[in-house]
Design a binder for this molecule. Structure first.
Ligand SMILES: C[S@@+](CC[C@H](N)C(=O)[O-])C[C@H]1O[C@@H](n2cnc3c(N)ncnc32)[C@H](O)[C@@H]1O
Ligand SMILES: *[C@@H]1O[C@H](CO)[C@@H](O)[C@H](O)[C@H]1NC(C)=O
Length: 250
């Protein structure tokens, strides 16, 4: 038979057990807020990773990138074609890497392809969001070498002087193409390569014209003379990508 003392002890144990459970209960609630906190942290990590994945592979999130981009392989293919055909002595500064300028650089893919192939690659982009995305991709994912060779400028490409560009990339709306054609005639010398995706640029001339030479004229041309005399050969035309190479019409 249990004595009163035994019963007392048993009750005390039960009470202690309950107390402990309450304390545990407190612990439980603090664990709950901990797990709330870790859920917030997890959500933050998921969001962060999505942003990173979205930055690296924007095509996975078509709604967040409604603008049009040139597929990377088409740029790579065109640049590799150029590497085979370029005369190094026609570069503006043969001792430096050739200069690639993307007019309207969007998510920065073309600049990346060019930097990877050893160009000094410059992207010009006036949309702040796209400029920020391309700059973040560069900062987070590109190698030190690719970073050293590349930059993104947030400005209107109409006000960017193309005189140092060896290779220019354009994927713009059709009505911009004649304006850019005139800009190139004014600012670029002969031997400049222009990649135009989708829409042609009015620079090309009939190749059967035998009056053409890539030689520099005997005296410097003034601006208006250069503008009428700079034309281009269409040297590549494949899968919506064209490459023009400028020269003087003599
Ligand atoms: C069709 S996307 C091409 C993007 C990239 N060059 C490519 O080929 O994948 C055209 C880009 O040009 C930019 N753009 C259009 N007009 C511009 C201007 N006047 N100055 C700078 N950027 C411009 C747009 O914001 C857009 O990012
Ligand atoms: C900039 O580009 C983004 C992504 O294409 C677009 O959603 C946004 O409307 C553009 N902003 C301006 C001011 O054009």
């Amino acid at each position: 038979m249990p004595t009163d003392a035994d019963e007392d002890a048993q009750w005390r144990r039960v009470l202690m057990e309950e107390l402990r459970q309450n304390v545990n209960g407190d612990n439980d609630s603090s664990m709950a807020s901990n797990s709330n906190r870790s859920m917030v942290a997890a959500a933050g990590i998921v969001a962060g990773v999505s942003v990173l994945v979205g930055l690296q592979f924007p095509f996975l999130f078509p709604k967040s990138a409604p603008y049009m981009a040139t597929p990377g392989p088409k740029i790579r293919h065109a640049l590799k074609f150029l590497k085979k055909t370029r005369r190094r002595d026609s570069d503006k500064n043969p001792s430096q890497p050739p200069v690639f300028v993307d007019l309207g650089s969007g998510d920065g893919q073309a600049v990346y392809e060019a930097a990877r192939l050893g160009y000094r690659a410059i992207g010009i982009e006036f949309n702040w969001t796209l400029w920020a995305i391309s700059s973040m991709r560069r900062q987070l994912f590109w190698t030190r070498q690719e970073k050293a060779l590349s930059s993104f400028l947030r400005q209107d490409f109409h006000s960017y002087n193309l005189k140092n560009a060896d290779t220019i990339m354009i994927f713009a709306i059709p009505k911009t193409m004649p304006i850019l054609g005139s800009k190139i005639q004014l600012e670029c010398g002969p031997g400049t390569d222009i990649l135009a995706y989708r829409f042609g640029i009015p620079l090309a001339i009939d190749n059967s014209d035998s009056d053409l030479s890539q030689d520099k004229p005997s005296r410097p041309l003034d601006e208006s003379e250069q503008a009428v005399r700079l034309h281009a050969d269409l040297i590549y035309d494949r899968a919506d990508m064209r490459i023009y190479r400028t020269k003087f019409k003599v």
